[in-house]
Design a protein around this ligand. Structure first.
Ligand code: UDX
Length: 461
């Protein structure tokens, strides 16, 4: 099958590479010619500057020139194409609604070309990005505006988590296809032949609107799981003595009806999807005059969780942040990424500065550059100049009064040793990710310890 993937970011590029692995003729198209030139080199460094996903470079190198082609101009390749996959940025607007401008611009570009094609064979226009319910119809209207003939629209959302985009594309839990006609379902079945009738992968065919909703409901439910554990499970263990958070999790999630995913308590969930998608769902339902109490509660719980430990440090540990130096370990929204979008660290920094912290000593193995460009903005608060970046946790901790662990980088598991050899008690350790397994040793040596999902432990002094 001949495929054009429109948009080659985190979703489009892995999808294009995996479709090429399955022997389709794939044109990965992006309006950004610099990006396309980088991909065309086939070099890891060039590709990873844009999308850094395990297995992606080798998947591209193995298929490029045979099945996979990069281009910033599809004028000459539109003829004979069976399916377009739209994988475009759909950023949130201030009011929570979705900015569809990239999407509609690309729609018009494709529509103009399709209107002029000579072969009039059936072509299906498929949305992979997370788009508001009804966006397939929007695409249909754009095609009609340009008098495109013999086309169908479909929704086929991606469910990829960062760091797992290639594997997730090769072995998804499910493939959801929303289309209007049997002819269009058939075309997409040929694209996904390897998933149809697969023993493990569920292949679901439904309406475009159902398919668009599945993505929102799934992401909102996942964030609800996390927020439940953060707002209820962790809260109980933080309140009553002698509760072991890990045992609590095992005891509860052993019930086959209850998900284990989401039970990892944290200082809030970030990333490019959860916050954006819940706000978009709230907006869409509110626009239709519906109440969204649960979604709003989940959103608020998750946002508050990002600064909650600072409140606890003040009220439970009696720590006064004014004029203090704080080491901040982890800036990215989760381990193995440099992505700062909606990261808890963004809120932690704002809260620390508001409490009068004079210096923040930050360390993240990957995200320091991204963080620096985020905070180094003269129009933003000049207080951000109080952040200094270091090359190791040890350097960041040195000379600080407290440490705050914000991201679950595995290297932080050995932190108690670093703390013990770098700073003297009294010293406050705030663990927003339950990364420090041997907290009791720290407490015995005189350090104060405040974990998410556990009670404050005063150092023995
Ligand atoms: C998420 C969804 O998992 C994916 O299905 C969707 O397509 C896009 O959004 P991603 O943003 O890459 O993927 O990250 P994920 O691994 O789900 O983590 C999101 C945030 O939740 C992170 O900050 C993570 O640390 C946090 N998290 C996750 C928890 O706090 N507890 C958990 O149990 C799981």
């Amino acid at each position: 099958m001949k495929i054009i993937v429109v948009g080659t970011g985190f979703v489009g590029l892995p999808h294009a590479a995996v479709m090429a692995e399955y022997g389709h003729e794939v044109y990965a198209y992006d309006i950004d010619a610099t990006r396309v030139a980088a991909y065309k080199t086939g070099e890891a460094e060039e590709i990873e500057r844009y999308v850094n996903e395990p297995g992606l470079v080798s998947a591209i190198q193995e298929t490029m020139g045979r099945y996979l082609f990069f281009t910033s101009d599809i004028t000459d390749v539109v003829e004979g194409t069976d399916v377009f996959f739209f994988c475009l940025n759909t950023p949130p607007k201030r009011d929570g609604s979705t900015d569809l401008s990239y999407y509609t611009n690309a729609g018009h570009t494709v529509a103009k070309l399709l209107a002029e094609r000579k072969d009039k064979k059936r072509v299906v226009l498929v949305n992979k990005s997370t788009v508001p319910v009804g966006t397939a119809r929007l695409l249909q209207n754009i095609m009609n505006e340009h008098n495109v003939e013999n086309f169908g629209v479909a929704s086929n959302p991606e469910f990829l988590a960062q760091g797992n985009a290639v594997d997730g594309s090769r072995k998804p839990d499910r493939v959801v296809v929303g289309a209007d006609t049997e002819e269009d379902f058939q075309i997409i079945r040929r694209i996904y032949a390897q998933f149809v009738n697969h023993v493990r992968i569920r292949y679901l065919e439904t309406t475009p609107e159902t398919s668009e909703s599945i993505k929102y409901v799934a992401n909102n439910l996942l964030l609800t799981y996390i927020s439940f554990w953060n707002g209820v499970g962790a809260r109980i263990a933080e309140t009553f003595p002698n509760i072991r958070m890990e045992d609590l999790k095992i005891g509860v999630t052993s019930d086959s009806r209850i998900s284990t995913w989401g039970s990892y308590v944290s200082n809030g969930a970030g990333g490019s999807c959860f916050g954006k998608d819940i706000q978009s769902m709230i907006y869409q339902l509110n626009q239709a005059g519906r109440r969204t109490d649960l979604l709003q509660a989940v959103y608020n719980i998750n946002e508050y969780q990002k600064v909650y430990l600072i409140d606890r440090a003040i009220h439970e540990a009696g720590f006064n942040f004014n004029q203090k130096t704080v080491a901040l370990l982890g800036l990215a929204f989760k381990k193995r990424t440099n992505d700062m979008r909606d990261s808890a660290a963004l809120k932690v920094v704002e809260a620390l500065l508001a409490k009068g912290v004079t210096s923040i000593r930050a360390y993240d193995p990957l995200a320091a550059d991204a963080a620096q460009s985020y905070w180094f903005n003269p129009e933003k608060n000049h207080l951000f100049e109080r952040i200094t970046y270091f090359n190791s946790a040890k350097e960041a901790i040195s000379g600080s009064d407290a440490v705050y662990v914000s991201t679950d980088w595995e290297e932080f598991r050995g932190l108690s040793h670093t703390i013990d050899t770098t700073v003297q008690p009294p010293y406050l350790v705030i663990d927003g990710r339950r990364m420090i397994p041997d907290a009791q040793t720290l407490v015995d040596r005189g350090y104060d310890f405040l974990p998410v999902g556990g009670m404050f432990m005063k150092g023995k002094r």
